[in-house]
Design a protein. Structure first.
Length: 162
């Protein structure tokens, strides 16, 4: 007879357990590696672009876009992007790091990619694509804020030591 309980074993996902489909060690290893690859790919844009937020060019671009206090806000947003990206990359307090990225993405998306206010149709299309990219990354950050870094992370290591 099938059980209705959901296993919390690290070798079973809740979906697989609910369906009574056990994961093999190989599947668990692949899942762990895919999760690490996802964290690397997701965090890369925040880490790499975070450094540019300290450049005169990025600050000048924000000033031109009408960002108030750009000399302060642009480097501050770079700090949020760097800390959030590194947190997720390492899987160290990744839920907090994800919220830092949410805090970064919402104002940056609205202020810097307001395609609805752009007159040139070609530029409006480009800004809309950038806006949607940021909305997509916002969705990923919200998922990480709820589910964490997954296996092969400093968070998982800390939790297993408890």
């Amino acid at each position: 007879m099938a059980s209705n309980s959901i296993s919390t074993s690290p070798q079973h996902s809740t979906t697989a357990s609910a369906l009574n489909i056990p994961y093999s060690r190989e599947q668990t290893s692949v899942n762990s590696l895919v999760t690490v690859a996802g964290r690397i790919l997701f965090s890369a844009i925040f880490i790499l672009s975070g450094f540019f937020h300290f450049s005169h060019q990025d600050i000048a671009y924000a000033v031109q876009a009408g960002v108030p206090m750009a000399n302060f806000l642009v480097p501050a947003s770079g700090i949020l992007a760097l800390l959030g990206g590194l947190s997720i990359l390492l899987g160290y307090r990744a839920k907090i790091g994800a919220w830092l990225l949410v805090l970064f993405l919402v104002p940056v998306t609205l202020a810097m990619h307001n395609f609805w206010a752009v007159k040139d149709p070609m530029m409006a299309q480009m800004q809309m694509a950038m806006f949607m990219k940021n909305v997509s990354m916002l969705g990923g950050a919200l998922l990480i804020s709820q589910f964490g870094a997954g296996p092969l992370s400093l968070d998982a290591r800390r939790n297993s030591a408890r």
